[in-house]
Design a protein around this ligand. Sequence first.
Ligand code: SAJ
Length: 406
Amino acid sequence: MEQVCVVGLGYVGLPTASLLANRGFRVRGVDINPKVVETINRGEIHIHEPDLDVMVNSAVNSGNLTASLEPASTDVFILAVPTPFKEDRVPDISYVEAATKAIAPYIAPGNLIILESTSPVGTTEKIGSWLWELRPDLKDNCSIYIAHCPERVLPGQILKELISNERIIGGINPASTEKAANFYQKFVTGEILYTEARTAELAKLTENAFRDVNIAFANELSLICDRLNIDVWKLIELANRHPRVHVLQPGPGVGGHCIAIDPWFIVDSAPEQAKLIRTAREVNDSKPLYVVDRIKAAAAGLEKPAIACLGLSYKANIDDLRESPAIKIVRELARQKLGYILVVEPYISSLPPSLDNLDNVQLFDLEVGIDKADIVVLLVNHRDFLNIDRKILQDKKVIDTRGVWR
Ligand code: SAJ
């Protein structure tokens, strides 16, 4: 039975570890957070993702998945740690470096090390340099394999996409690519696409930058349409009836830990060339403040209006709040003391720390939130919000940033 050590038990690492364990691999999941380790060892989960609870529970009960603060000797190491950016939007690969250093003492000749974290070009090769510095014995006989296999799973559909997505695999040399491809072939039904490490890194960044640029196009259209008094949703619906046009949907901005961040890794690597990619980021980043201005206009003339903000997560039907434009909007409304803010978010039970200590922001149930509100702002198109009785909105000012109540 092949043994795997997955470092980082978040949105990618935990689903991967539990999937592998359920497929018969012996998996050690590693996380630096003791609470995460304890939760998983109880067969429970610390994040919300459809079906993940069942997967983790059965993986732990089978004895194939154990979580720990420390790595162990195994055949395969998968690094699935965060790769955020720093204040100045420079990529921060310190978690990859720390994870590499943590596994270094446990690596043996013949082992395969896979970087799944979305990373700037050159990171996979850096893993090699860090390891060889710590373990010159491994360099001498060229006996370890290192490859990048970027995760591509869509939050909300992770368990399905982990298996069905095609996977790009780029090793630091052809032997590493081959070894990693053989590993993924054991549990992935999607095609395995061979390349080398740097191309694999840029391919992943390209996928997210492509989506960002296309969302920016839709967001820019929404500003143009507001100016020209045209319904942007109808406009896009019509344009998309062309056989080669597929405009995405405008919204309150772009959130999540991927699309709002990864394009900056390309900008950082090639600032002179990445003009469109940078502009797209700026367009999407400016959208939350534009929404705040629209709310301000709706609030003009109202004395201390109650503003219901529906949805806090970065997109529909998940609890993930990272980089959420909805949070930026609520924070800004609170900062400008625009009124009393009633947050409605069915996927959380208490406000996140970034909103917790604001005296004019409180969490409410959907019905109560809307009932008390003068202005209702739909920020996330959660299922729970789609089919509400429109009559309850009748006397309210409504700002629907997702175009779902048209
Ligand atoms: N959004 C819009 N309009 C749209 C589509 C999305 O405003 O038409 C917004 C969403 O509301 C959200 C943000 O964009 O705030 C990003 O959402 P998303 O569903 O486009 O993507 P993510 O961030 O959840 O996941 C992406 C995926 N990448 C691509 O589709 C190219 C996923 O496959 C990646 O694995 C993931 O990033 C990642 O981890 O990198």
